[in-house]
Design a protein around this ligand. Structure first.
Ligand SMILES: [Zn+2]
Length: 139
């Protein structure tokens, strides 16, 4: 299978509610996001000159995820800080906790909703440090 991947760097703050560890406090990470796509119809990929223009994929992920999350504060609706920071222009309030896993699922949905019909999301990888990353692999 032929896949295309674009890499992005985002900086944002989060805090986890009811979490016993350093991530319960408001703090930031430098996240590394990798978005991988493939052709919707794998039987067609060999006949295509390209699956998707890298520039278009970059623009799409920036519109869907990067422009919203970079330099933001991400909290769940359950976090007490959401009441005070929720009105800030750079606040992103999610229904679920902003764990790497939940952020991945959310980012995947945001990207998948914007892909052209002939392109399918294959995987999304999110690292919150050079040694810690999670990957969501789609069928
Ligand atoms: Zn954290």
């Amino acid at each position: 299978m032929l896949t295309l991947t674009k890499h992005f760097t985002l900086h944002f703050a989060h805090a986890l509610t009811n979490y016993n560890g350093p991530c319960q406090h408001l703090h930031g990470h430098t996240y590394h996001l990798a978005v991988t796509v493939c052709a919707s119809d794998i039987s067609q990929e060999a006949s295509e000159d390209y699956i998707m223009d890298f520039h278009n994929l970059k623009q799409l992920v920036e519109d869907a995820v990067v422009n919203k999350f970079d330099h933001s504060v991400v909290l769940s609706t359950h976090n007490p800080l959401a009441k005070t920071l929720g009105g800030e222009a750079n606040a992103v309030i999610m229904e679920k906790e902003p764990t790497t896993e939940n952020l991945l699922r959310y980012f995947a949905q945001l990207v998948a909703d914007r892909l052209p019909q002939n392109v399918k999301l294959r995987s999304v990888k999110l690292g919150e440090s050079p040694t810690s990353e999670a990957e969501l692999i789609l069928d």
